[in-house]
Design a protein around this ligand. Structure first.
Ligand code: PLP
Length: 373
């Protein structure tokens, strides 16, 4: 038995068939624009290599987006050949590897652009760069006024290949947001000065794709949407774009507990009467938020049950009252099908966070199972 074939009683299920349907639906929506799929943070917890391979197979995607060298290097080492943009700020000691791995880098200052150029000269290679412009996120990116000079300077450097200019929304997860509209205008104004430049102008994240068709420019970069979720927590009215991520475990233990007994650390939950308690082998050590203690719920055999007491590092308990549940039964903690168990959005709301963070929390011990109907 190798590490990768061993069974484990708690796992993530990814429906690659539905994922590819989501990509097709986004492709239909954006027409002929370029399509960049963000696969950072292990493809929002879905598994970076498998998701990148599915994206490549789908023929819907033109670009992949990662946050750092490490993620891009993993994709190249595993044979992914799509163009890859690194969104994160550039680190001086990583430039030669970024070039070697054929990653397209984000440039947000003349100084960094010069460092890349030096490295290109040393290696006798070109590097494709995207200039990031800050239109309102105030994270990374040059000011629009500064962008003009930087773009002209990069254009003059033979070894720097200006591939794109981009910006990022701060508030586009809802429709009709005045600040998002303002960011689109600032970006459009800048682009209008460079209409003769043949580079890819890109701005739209998921919110942009769903709510701001004016933000498509030459390429869109929807992450959350491609994984099946709308950025405002609503559902796709067409029911085409659907989640493909579930978290499940097998009941590991069953016991009968008397009335007025405390359950788990701190006895946060007390039994009202003699009752049946089952144990689920997943905890905050797997990334299941401890804040769901006494608050979250799970689904077993089509019924919903509350989490009873504190979530431990490796397990938690569920009071099933008089219902029948057996050791080995499947427990659904997050359900891709919203009718069959807790949705990601419900779990995020109860844990007092956003869907993105829940997706990125699961790691380490859980195994991933992929299927493609
Ligand atoms: C993460 C990211 C995206 C995708 O954002 P979503 O809200 O998931 O659509 C797009 N662009 C950049 C630069 C990002 O870092």
């Amino acid at each position: 038995m190798t590490l990768f074939s061993c069974t484990h009683p708690a796992w993530i299920e990814v429906d690659l068939g539905q994922f590819k349907k989501n990509l097709k639906a986004v492709r239909n929506r954006i027409g002929q624009k370029f399509f960049c799929l963000p696969v950072k943070a292990d493809a929002y917890g879905h598994g970076i290599v498998e998701i990148a391979k599915a994206a490549e197979e789908s023929l819907c995607v033109d670009y992949l987006g990662v946050s750092c060298l490490k993620e891009g290097a993993i994709l190249r080492d595993r044979g992914i050949s799509l163009p890859i943009i690194v969104f994160g700020a550039l680190h001086e000691d990583q430039i030669s590897d970024l070039i070697r791995y054929r990653l397209e880098v984000t440039v947000s200052s003349r100084y960094k652009a010069q460092l890349i150029l030096q490295e290109c000269c040393k290696l006798h290679q070109t590097c494709r760069v995207h200039v990031e412009v800050d239109t309102g996120m105030r994270r990374t990116g040059v000011r629009p006024e500064t962008a003009k000079d930087l773009l002209l300077w990069i254009q003059d450097q033979k070894l720097l290949d200006l591939a794109g200019v981009y910006s990022h929304f701060a508030t586009a997860d809802r429709p009709h947001d005045s600040f998002a509209l303002q960011q689109i205008e600032v970006f459009r104004e800048l682009a209008s000065h460079f209409s003769d430049l043949s580079v890819i102008w890109h701005l739209a994240n998921s919110g942009g794709v769903v709510f701001y068709p004016d933000s498509y420019f030459d390429m869109v970069r929807p992450g959350l949407l491609c994984y099946g979720y709308f950025p405002d927590g609503s559902e796709d009215p067409m029911q085409e774009i659907l989640p493909c991520f579930s978290v499940k475990a097998k009941v590991s233990y069953f016991k009968v507990v008397g009335p007025n007994e405390g359950i788990s650390y701190g006895h946060l939950y007390k039994t009202a009467r003699q009752t049946r308690i089952v144990t689920v082998p997943i905890g905050y050590g797997d990334g299941y938020h401890r804040s769901l203690s006494n608050l979250g719920f799970v689904s077993i055999r089509g019924k919903t049950y509350p989490i009873s007491g504190a979530i431990c590092m490796d397990q938690f308990m569920v009071d099933i009252k008089d219902e029948e549940v057996f050791v080995g039964d499947t427990v659904t903690l997050i359900s891709a099908d919203r009718k069959l168990g807790p949705s990601l959005e419900e779990v995020a709301r109860l844990a007092n966070t956003i869907s993105y963070e829940i997706l990125c929390s699961f790691h380490g011990r859980l195994v991933k199972k992929y299927f493609d109907k």
